[in-house]
Each structure stands twice: as C-alpha cells, then as structure tokens.
Design a protein around this ligand. Structure first.
Ligand code: T1G
Length: 632
C-alpha cells in the first residue's frame, strides 16, 4: 500500500515522488505482496505536482522516474481516487493498471490553465485510454471529469462508495482473487480516430474563448501527435521536452503567478488565529436592480436562502422577473436544468418589509449610488437584523466609513463590491472601513469563498483598487487619446490585441456612460483630479448618449443589436472638447496606445500599494485579471 499524506491537497513534491518510487520498488521486490494499492489520506487524491516547485526548482526524483516502477510492476497496481485527482495526480493514476473512484471524485489534466502541458505521461497515457480526439478535448479545456463520466469513457474501472483505502484494498483483493494481470497503460494502442485537421480545428474552436492569445494549445497538439505517431517511450521523451519548454514561457510564469496570487489574496495579514468568520446560512439583499438581482442569484447559486428587499412592489416584481429570465436564458444554454432553476428561485423570497430579514446573517445593500439614500437604507435595516449580522454595501465609489457611521454596528460594516453581472464575475472587492473589524473581514472573505469568488481586500479610498486604476490610469488616458483624435475603434482594437477582454470604450457603452459619470461625481467629492478627466464621457451623459441602452454613446448601435458601430456624432463633440481643454490632435501609433493604456495601471498600482490601499502587489494583479479583463 502506498498512501500519500501531504496536506492540504497532497501536492506531489520531491518527497512524495521519492516515497512512491521507493514503495513501488519495495512492493515489486516483496514476494508476499500480490498487488499494490495507491491511495491518499486527507480530503483528496494527489491534486497535482507541487506547482511551487516551478518557481523554486523541481527536485529529484522526477515524476516519470517515480511512476515507472508502478507501471512496470508485475503485480496488479490499483489507484483509489477521491476528491480531485488532477495533473500529476491523475497521471499517477493512469500509470497504475486499474482505477476506482468515489462517486464525488473528479479527475483531469488542468495543466493548460497554468500555461504548461502534462509532464508525467499524461499526453501519452490519456489517448491510450480514451483515444486521441477525446484526450485533445480534455487537455485543451483542462476541465476535470466526474467519476460517472470517467467510468463511461473507460478512464476508471469502478465507482466505489466509502473510505478510499478500504474500497481500494477490497478491489485489489478481488483482482488477486480472479488472477487479474498487470495492465500497463503504455502497452495500449492509441485510437487516432477524429484526431485529424478537422477534429483538431473543431476542438480548438470549441475552446477558442479560453485560449484567446494563448500558445500552450500548440504544445498539446504536438504531444498528442507524438502519442499517435511514436512508440510510448519516444512519445514520452517528446512530451518531456515540450513540457519543459512550456515551463519557460512567460505565459506559464504569469498563470502560475496568478494561481498563487488568487490564493494569497484570501489571507488577511495579521488576522489573529482565534478570529473565525461568521457562518452565513441566510442573507438579505436590498435593491432588486441589476446589481441586487445578480447578487441574489450568486447567493442562490451557492445554496444560500435570500430575502430580496425592495421599496415598491413594482420594482420587486420587475427584479424577480429579471432573475427568472436570466435563469431561463442560462437553462436554454444548458447551464442549468429546469429543476435547478426552480430550486434557485425557491431560495429567493421577495419582500417590501425589513422585518423579514430578522434572522439573516448578512445583508448586502445594492440600492442607487447615493450617499443619503444608502445611509437611510442602512440605518433602517440596522434596526431590523440580529446583532451578530454583518452589514455590507455594494458601493463602488462612496466612503464606506461614512456609510458605516449611519449604523450602530460600524465594526460589522464592510464593502462587498460586486462586478456586473454579479452572478458571473469572479472578483469581489472587499472594502474595509476605518472601524471594520477583523472578524467582519474574515466573514467577507468566507462569503467570497462560498460564492466561489475571489475576494480581495481594499482600503476605503478613492475608487478602492480596481476603479482607481481604471479611472486614474487606463480610462483617463483613453479619453485623452480620444481628444487627440484617435478613433475609439482603434483604441479598443489595440488593447484587445494586447489581450484585454474588451476595450474601455465598449465597456463604457455596455455598462452605461451615465454610471461612470455618477461614480465620478461621487468620487470627485472625495478628491480632486486635474482636467481633462473623462470629459468626453461626462459630456455624453447630459446629452443622453448613454451607450448601448440609448442606441449611442461612444459608439452607435442598431435597435436590438449590441454591435458597436462608428458614431458620426462623436468626432465633432470631441473636437470641441479638445479645443476647450487645449489638447492638440496628433498621430498615435498602436504601440503607443497600448503603452498608454497599460503602463498607467502599473503606476497607479504602485501608488495604491504605497498608500496601503492594497495589502500586497499580487492582490492588484488579481483585481485586474478577475474583475477588469486583464489577460491572465
Ligand atoms: N501545488 C502546490 N500547492 C497547491 C497545489 C499544487 N498543485 N494545489 C493546491 N495548492 C495549495 C494552494 O496554494 C493552497 O495553499 C492550498 O493548497 C489549498 O488550495 C507533472 C506539471 C486542488 C481543486 O492545477 O485546482 O501536475 O493558500 O485553496 O479551493 O503534469 O487547489 O492554503 O497556502 O485552491 O479546495 C496540476 C491545482 C498541477 C490543481 C483544491 N494541478 N489546485 O481547491 O483549495 S501541474 C492543478 C487546484 C502538474 C504534472 C503537472 C485546487 C484544488 P494555501 P485551494 P480548494
């Protein structure tokens, strides 16, 4: 029996690999051993190679050296999977002769999400188990499969409920009893059906959105080609070469950085060990508009019952109808079954009465971005909810400390700044006011984890982290270049070419030009900014040119069509503003556009760090990669 026990996720570093190697050789040499079981203690089977080794240096023995004696063992070798058998963990399982799994187990090769390809035989053994075409799909998406899917595809031999070691032992004994032979995966043939140009093109198209601007997919295809064309040992050598090459890419270094940065962001410096987050069993959301509705959906998606509070029946009905419509659209796209939609809708209870929030653990206020209105709403709900409950505001620009002063529990007031659509966007900016307690911050991070979001803590300053960098950095320069005569199409195309999900002018029109203007009005009450500061957008708002929702903003839109089209009304307005603000028109290269859109993010980020608005530099990276479309 080889049992790996390296909490929290049995990541396989050099010590784990050395253990597997030693015990596999010992089992082979031990005549009393009739079979070998590979299993793990704790919450999961091996969840991959220890990724931190890619930053500190990979120790010996290498994975392939550790797996060789497992596969070549002359006794049946069984892997018993539970939790998440990923990357090197799943490769270990595929190097075993037989695999069983718990019903809740998931398994796969997510390496492409780290900018690398498997390096422990995954690209050579997986196609031998499921065929090259199916292997291509799994390697390009990086999506783990469930135990049920794995059984259907022949990746595992059995699903067994119970303790993974006991079920593994029982299975191994049954194999011995029926004289089952070793079954090295390497000796299987590769079914290459569908792994041709058309099949490859189809798989790439299917994953095009996630692989935009990426190169790792090319290495995946080369490795699979080697699996199809070459004997196992030669294919494995090709994989090793390609896998090492991916590790050298900036892409991999960036994605591995983001992997750890997202996990680091969840940690609150100086949080005393004894401080525990509150349990969140029920929530209330105030305001059933776009943000409030999305936040209610995010809570329901995570199984948290929600009381959705509105001021008027008409607004409440409209809000709940919009939630149902959004769920129905997702169901049509196959994301939810009708039963799942019904379950989620059943978790959302609409009301006009704050008293219905008498038993909640957290309230998230998402009403109109107005200080006085929010203060009134917070003061009213403060009186209706239990003393332990946390009071959060979804404000994107107002002083959290001032909002908290309207309540009798400022230590329990925190900013939970969601991004639209709130049930989709991964980022949750957690804003700490001057009186926000450590327990409340820990609770906010726990809420982020529960909603499967990435929580990043920001101090209560001008635009927190994300909006500050956007408004003072990228978008400010974007507007200056508009005044210099650069068409929005060129500005957006240049940064999208760099890798941004969407150019600032399209985002501005999509979110609503007036929203930005309102945010700036509130922000500029806190700090002054030198002009020209977003003068184009703030000239469009009073003209009612608010973007997609009014048919024109920066761009023009046909009725019912969200395609941005050149707007002939923009240049004359911009020319007048350029004159007013003394901005000369000039030639600007695409290279300069990218520099002026990206470099200010670094400068403002450095100021934010210097001022202590962010705990750490990597938090700023997480904000922009998970909330503002910066290419990971
Ligand atoms: N290496 C090192 N540390 C890891 C790790 C790993 N593979 N996986 C998790 N951790 C740390 C993580 O940083 C955090 O640390 C703690 O464990 C809990 O993680 C040869 C080359 C397994 C689904 O890509 O997807 O194998 O912050 O908060 O939400 O071909 O972690 O507490 O100090 O994420 O329950 C392939 C990566 C590697 C899987 C659990 N494997 N991990 O999620 O916990 S490349 C992966 C995950 C490879 C081979 C190649 C998730 C998880 P800390 P967590 P979780």
């Amino acid at each position: 029996m080889i049992v790996v026990d390296r909490p929290p996720v049995n990541a396989a570093d050099g010590t784990v690999r050395a253990g597997i190697l030693e015990l596999a050789e010992r089992a082979q040499a031990d005549d009393s051993a009739r079979a070998v079981l590979v299993a793990c203690a704790g919450r999961t089977f091996i969840s991959g190679a220890d990724i931190s080794e890619f930053q500190t240096g990979v120790q010996k023995p290498l994975f392939n050296d550790a797996l060789e004696p497992l596969e070549s063992c002359t006794k049946p070798v069984v892997a018993s999977l539970h939790g998440t058998a990923l990357g090197g963990g799943f490769e270990t399982a595929m190097a075993c002769h037989y695999r069983i799994a718990q019903p809740s187990a998931r398994m796969g090769l997510p390496e492409i999400t780290l900018g690398i390809i498997p390096g422990a035989g995954g690209t050579q053994r997986l196609p031998r188990l499921v065929g090259a075409r199916a292997a291509l799909e799994m390697l390009l998406s990086g999506r783990p499969v469930t135990a049920a899917e794995a059984l259907e595809e022949g990746l595992i031999d059995e699903i067994a409920e119970g303790d993974p070691i006991e079920t593994g032992l029982a299975y191994a004994k049954r194999l011995v009893a029926k004289g089952a032979p070793p079954r090295p995966t390497r000796e299987r043939a590769v079914d290459a059906a569908g792994f041709d140009d058309a099949g490859i093109a189809e798989a790439l198209a299917k994953n095009a959105r996630a692989l935009r601007g990426r190169t790792t997919q090319e290495y995946v295809i080369k490795a699979l080609r080697a699996a199809v064309d070459l004997p196992f040992a030669e294919g494995l050598a090709v994989e090793t070469e390609l896998s090492n090459a991916t590790l050298e890419t900036t892409e991999a270094q960036a994605l591995i950085h983001v992997f750890f940065a997202e996990r680091e962001a969840a940690k609150i410096p100086g949080l005393p060990a004894g401080v525990k987050p509150l349990e969140i069993n029920k929530a209330a959301v105030i305001g059933a508009g776009t943000m409030g509705g999305g936040i209610a959906m995010a809570l329901a998606d995570s199984g948290v019952p929600v009381v959705l509070i509105e001021a008027e029946q008409e607004f409440l009905d409209r809000g709940i109808a919009k939630i149902k419509e959004n769920y129905d659209v997702s169901a049509k796209r196959g994301r939810f079954t009708p039963e799942a939609v019904a379950e989620r809708m059943a978790l959302i209870e609409g009301t006009l009465d704050n008293a219905d929030a008498a038993d909640v653990d957290v309230v998230i206020e998402a009403v109109f971005e107005d200080m006085d209105l929010k203060k009134r709403v917070l003061a009213a709900i403060d009186a209706a909810i239990p003393p332990h409950a946390v009071l959060a505001s979804n404000t994107s620009s107002l002083s959290l400390t001032e909002l908290a002063s309207a309540t009798k529990r400022p230590e329990k007031v925190v900013g939970l700044h969601f991004f639209s659509p709130a049930n989709v966007m991964r980022l949750l900016e957690i804003v700490r006011g001057e009186k926000t307690s450590q327990e409340t911050l820990a609770t906010a991070q726990a809420i982020a984890k529960k909603l499967r979001k990435v929580g990043v803590v920001a101090a209560d300053g001008f635009g927190f982290i994300g909006n500050r960098m956007m408004l003072d950095g990228q978008w400010r320069e974007n507007e200056v270049m508009l005044l210099e005569g650069v068409p929005p199409e060129r500005l957006d195309a240049a940064v999208e070419g760099f890798g941004m999900a969407m150019g600032p002018n399209k985002v501005n029109d999509m979110g609503g030009v007036d929203i930005g203007t309102k945010v700036r009005i509130e922000l500029l009450k806190r700090e002054k900014r030198a002009h020209p500061y977003h003068v184009v957008s703030d000239a469009l708002t009073p003209l009612g040119r608010l973007g997609q929702k009014t048919g024109q903003g920066i761009y023009r839109y046909e009725k019912g069509d969200r395609t941005p089209r050149p707007n002939p009304d923009l240049p004359p307005l911009v020319a007048k503003l350029a004159e007013v603000h003394g901005v000369a028109r000039r030639e600007v290269s695409d290279e300069e556009i990218v520099e002026r859109m990206i470099l200010p993010l670094i400068n403002i980020g450095a100021q934010i760090l210097d001022e202590g608005v962010a705990y750490r530099a990597s938090d700023i990276d997480v904000v922009w990669t998970s909330g503002y479309g910066f290419p990971r």
